[in-house]
Design a protein around this ligand. Structure first.
Ligand code: ADP
Ligand code: MG
Length: 594
């Protein structure tokens, strides 16, 4: 149980600030995360690790000589935003390129991917190395779907050492990908972790049970078994990992026995006493093994075993010195480069002046009201959405949506107050949503709203067919970015029926209000029907069986939001600036700001 906190929603930010203060000789906080205190004396590849908070020492604890140049730090268990990744990269980059490295989760892939596009457009060389070590999360035939857990550490360590030794970007990336391809992890959970401020752990196991195949975001194990003895557990781990020995692999191993947050080191040492002899008996030499906490999951009780098959190229990188706040190996001299002092300014756009027609400003007021309605309904549903996500995901959907919609509403209100048209208001809302929500749903909602705004523009209040085109743009952006199809059990299952029904009715001469209402009903029915599906995308995929019987949280929230937004976005009779909009479900007047 997390006991020490103020406002739970500020926990991750406060933890990062405290960490940066205590280790101010080694790291410096920047917008989006932290970087090394010392700039390199000569250009070097910047290795940037990333992901959500709650995994200390991953990721910020691993900033320093021989390891990471910086860490992009998201909220608890949620991907940092593209803006954060971009800002940290700008602060860390020294002229030899940037590589983002992170576990394979959809939100991270999308956010780091979008940040990479932006950096590349500025002429900065940028690459991404994904970690996919968790053998429980997909079969060997689908390694590209596997998620990243404690193997993150080995891959970061090898890339960090390569970059420190002066390797160029292509080589650092090649070595990182090679290390990943030779790394396998399996773990067990004994007790779920508890979010700061939450009353109960994200999952509970029956007495004397353990979940095999743990995740590091509070996901329970893939299946529950009776709690074995330490000997039996060690045997189970070693057998499963060696069954996946890479073809042509050598006989020297980097090994990590990793505690998840509240498993005692003494317990890990007891387990090591089984693991090490089994690996040695199988003919392996164990090279500088690590037993301790390297990638945790808040206060979760659990353990994982990671093996990396070393070769002549990887071994010296694994054993190379490192000097970071949380991890030291050998004798790594501190960098000689200049100490960098002040904070990097946030790379966000400064508020500008908007050009828009009165017509579009009138509709912008409706957009703000629609977002207000979404905010009210998401606040009311936060706990329920979180509970749905905890069944097979990580339990953060309600919290992420609330953070996203709060930021979006504030940004939209501010933009409308500065005279923005509907398009710019939705773009501001989308960017704020993506920046603050974190998580897969956050990046998708953010990008979708931005596309909606780009489609509407600031020149006029949309006619029905233009509104339909905006909805289509929202949907296309989400499906293009997330690559989910109907049936994969994601928000797309509610979104596609909505869009199809709305487009069809819009073309057939229905009133905007009728078209939207009917489409929202379709979305609600479709969201409910996802209960019978197995998730094929997102964090819930590895726990597909557990998810059957519960509707997809992202589809549920999407149907709810579209339902309450309808009376504002699609009123019968196209909007007249400044006029209240008739509302079926809420008495809140639209256009209040126009
Ligand atoms: P995270 O999964 O990163 O914790 P959330 O919990 O906020 O993010 O959102 C989970 C929801 O995101 C899922 O219920 C699903 O609807 C949606 N989702 C996940 N992956 C995808 C994807 N690839 N495309 C579309 N929607 C997705
Ligand atoms: Mg989630």
């Amino acid at each position: 149980m997390t006991k020490i906190f103020n406002d739970p929603s500020e926990f991750a930010e406060e933890a990062l600030a405290g960490f940066c203060d205590v280790h101010s000789g080694l790291v410096r906080q920047v917008p989006g995360g932290a970087v090394r205190r010392h700039r390199p004396a000569t250009p070097k590849v910047a290795v940037l690790a990333g992901g959500g908070s709650g995994h200390y020492p991953a990721f910020a604890g691993l900033i320093g000589t021989g390891l990471a140049d910086g860490a992009v730090v998201g909220n608890i268990f949620t991907s940092p935003s593209a803006q954060q990744a971009y800002a940290v990269a700008k602060a860390a980059e020294s002229g030899a390129g940037v590589v983002f490295t992170y576990g394979n989760y959809a939100g991270d892939v999308m956010n780091f991917g979008m940040a990479s596009e932006r950096l590349a457009a500025e002429g900065i060389q940028v690459e991404n190395v994904l970690v996919t070590d968790d053998i429980a999360s997909a079969p060997p035939s689908e390694t590209e779907k596997r998620r990243g857990i404690a193997g993150d550490f080995t891959v970061f360590k090898i890339m960090g050492a390569a970059a420190e030794a002066g390797a160029d970007l292509a080589d650092v990336v090649r070595l990182g990908r090679k290390a990943n391809s030779l790394t396998r992890t399996i773990g067990s959970a004994f007790r779920g972790c508890t979010f700061p401020g939450a009353d109960a752990p994200l999952f509970a196991l029956r007495d004397k049970q353990m979940g095999l195949g743990l995740g590091i975001h509070g996901e329970p194990g893939l299946f529950d078994t009776d709690l074995p003895s330490a000997n039996e557990l060690g045997q189970e781990f070693v057998t499963r990992l060696l069954a996946e020995t890479p073809e042509g692999a050598g006989d020297r191993l980097a090994v990590i026995l990793n505690g998840l947050g509240s498993t005692k080191h003494e317990e890990l040492f007891v387990l090591w006493l089984t693991v090490a002899p089994l690996l040695r008996d199988a003919g392996y030499t164990l090279v500088m093994p690590e037993v301790g906490e390297l990638v945790t999951s808040l206060d979760m009780s659990g353990v994982s075993l990671t093996i990396t098959w070393l070769d002549d190229e990887l071994e010296p990188l694994w054993t190379a010195p490192a000097e970071t706040p949380a991890y030291r190996r050998g004798n790594a001299a501190l960098q000689s480069g200049a100490v960098s002092g002040g904070e990097t300014s946030d790379a966000g756009d400064a508020p500008g002046v908007f050009e828009a027609t009165e017509d579009s400003r009138g509709y912008a007021g409706r957009c703000v009201s629609a977002l207000d309605a979404a905010r009210d309904c998401l606040h009311a549903a936060e706990t329920r959405l979180g509970d749905m996500d905890a069944i097979a995901g990580d339990g953060d959907h309600g919290r992420g949506m609330v953070r996203g919609v709060d930021a979006a509403t504030a940004a939209a209100t501010a933009a409308a107050g500065r005279g923005a048209g509907a398009g710019s208001v939705l773009i501001a809302a989308g960017d704020a949503w993506a920046d603050k929500a974190g998580g897969t749903s956050g990046v998708l909602w953010g990008a979708g709203l931005r596309a909606f705004g780009e489609s509407l523009g600031d020149q006029r209040s949309p006619e029905l067919k233009e509104l339909a085109a905006g909805v289509r743009a929202f949907t296309d952006r989400i499906t293009c970015l997330g690559k989910a199809e109907p049936g994969d059990k994601t928000m797309v299952d509610a979104l596609v029926p909505f869009t199809e029904t709305f487009s069809r009715l819009a073309a057939s001469g229905a009133s905007p209000r009728q078209a939207w209402e009917d489409a929202a009903l379709e979305a609600t029915t479709a969201a409910e029907a996802t209960a019978s599906l197995r998730p094929l995308k997102g964090r819930a995929r590895p726990l597909a069986e557990k998810s059957i019987g519960t509707a997809d949280p992202g589809a549920t929230s999407l149907a709810m939001i579209f339902t309450v937004m309808g009376p504002f976005l699609a009123a019968s009779g196209q909007p007249v600036p400044g006029q209240p909009v008739p509302s079926a479900t809420t008495s809140q007047p639209a256009g209040a700001l126009s």
